[in-house]
Design a protein around this ligand. Structure first.
Ligand code: HEC
Ligand code: HEC
Length: 366
């Protein structure tokens, strides 16, 4: 009995140590399995053969390859024009160019009601009001392709125009002011700035994103009544109910420029043509909109253009414009015309038929 009991006592530690060994071995095997699974399982799950996990949506929530390919097509990979680097300019070049830029950005401080160069009480707009960000915004009516394309033939004057003439066109029409002296320091600085902006665009070519972005025609006439609603909802808070805009505190320039009335552009200006206005507004207004984040539908853009350009504004004697009648654009609202359509349709559309007719008449002529 004594011995049996002793035997029993001896065996307990042995069993425990065996058990511990077995447990250690099991833990080791489990660890190895976990490592193996971790290493090979993800590859297996994501491999081509495995279809159960393949149809996961991507970060845009698209499932099929076709949808993913289609989405890729809409990513804008265009290499848009950008402003040249200022750091390569000499001190004197820089002074002229920055003066030119200031004349574009704060034109009214030089030529407005309290202008340093001359005082003008009819118009206080800045070039920048329409040539956004100092004439550098992509599709914000920028100047990037002016240096590369001027001098050029312009149908409005029926002759070859240089940049000086083009700048003065905007002074006389968009700013409804006097032309400035083409030999003045100011004209030279404005032209130097415009040349510098376009210096890397090859002669005869247009850069990506220059001027205004094309906009599809409506298949009906633009509607000023619809446009009035768009205006009161989406424009009036800044441009004011009377369209007269709002000046800054010390009345030296506009914070929100006028869209009509005697301080606005005259009826010989580029924006008085409905297509220019609609393209400008569609991709730039309300303030903050851009070519890749338009906020107006095409209908709203055309209709608000019809409303604004139906309001009173200064008149210019433009009897000498478009001396060759067949070169008048489809949306020039003053006759006579060669195409048989009336002034109302030339002002508000629908434009497609006019454009087609003009194209076929001008083809016959050739
Ligand atoms: C009320 C709006 C408005 C204002 C203000 C304005 N412009 Fe313009 N400008 C336009 C529009 C619109 C065009 C394009 C017209 C067209 O193509 O028929 C244009 C065209 C031009 C062009 C030719 C651009 C090109 O690519 O061919 C130059 C240069 C220019 N403006 C200079 C100026 C200067 C300088 C000022 C200030 C003195 C000025 N503009 C003020 C609306 C304006
Ligand atoms: C949040 C304010 C704001 C709203 C809303 C707004 N604009 Fe403007 N708009 C501006 C400013 C500011 C400028 C001048 C930009 C500059 O000088 O940099 C401007 C310029 C313009 C110009 C060219 C300059 C001129 O006076 O002729 C037109 C045209 C225009 N806006 C039309 C519209 C239309 C149409 C709407 C409504 C669809 C609209 N804007 C909504 C702030 C606004």
């Amino acid at each position: 009995m004594e011995q049996e009991q002793n035997n029993h006592k001896h065996n307990y530690p042995e069993i425990i140590s065996k058990l511990i060994n077995v447990i250690i071995a099991l833990i080791f095997i489990i660890l190895v399995l976990v490592v193996l699974l971790y290493k090979y399982l993800p590859n297996y799950c994501l491999s081509e053969e495995n279809t159960s996990l393949k149809n996961q949506p991507d970060s845009n929530g698209l499932f099929t390859d076709a949808a993913k390919q289609e989405a890729l097509k809409h990513i804008d990979t265009t290499h848009y024009w950008t402003v040249p680097n200022e750091s390569t300019l000499s001190a004197s070049e820089k002074e002229t160019i920055l003066y030119g830029r200031d004349l574009i950005v704060h034109t009214a401080l030089y030529y407005g009601p309290s202008g340093k160069i001359f005082k003008n009480n009819t118009n206080s707009m800045n070039c920048q009001n329409c040539h956004l960000e100092g004439g550098t915004k992509v599709y914000g009516n920028n100047y990037s392709s002016v240096a590369s394309t001027y001098p050029k033939y312009r149908a409005r004057s029926g002759g070859i125009e240089n940049i000086f003439k083009r700048v003065n066109d905007c002074f006389e029409r968009s700013l409804n002011e006097k032309a400035i002296d083409t030999t003045s320091k100011e004209m030279k600085a404005i032209v130097a700035y415009i040349y510098w902006l376009g210096k890397d665009v090859p002669k005869g070519q247009k850069s990506a994103g220059s001027g205004l972005k094309e906009l599809a025609f409506l298949d009906r006439a633009a509607n000023a009544d619809n446009g009035q609603k768009v205006y009161s909802e989406k424009c009036q808070s800044c441009h004011q109910a009377n369209g007269g805009g709002q000046m800054n505190g010390d009345k030296t320039e506009f914070t929100y420029p006028p869209l009509w009335g005697n301080q606005s552009y005259n009826d010989g200006a580029g924006l008085y043509r409905l297509s220019n206005f609609a393209k400008f507004v569609k991709y730039n207004m309300p303030q903050g909109a851009s070519h890749n984040s338009a906020q107006l539908s095409d209908e709203e853009a055309w209709d608000v253009s019809a409303f604004v350009n139906s309001q009173p504004r200064p008149k210019k004697n433009i009897s000498k414009d478009w001396p060759k009648i067949n070169e008048k654009p489809f949306d020039h609202p003053f006759g006579p015309y060669v195409d048989g359509f009336d002034e109302v349709q030339h002002k508000y559309g629908p434009f497609k038929k006019i454009k087609d007719k003009l194209a076929s008449l001008n083809n016959e002529k050739k």
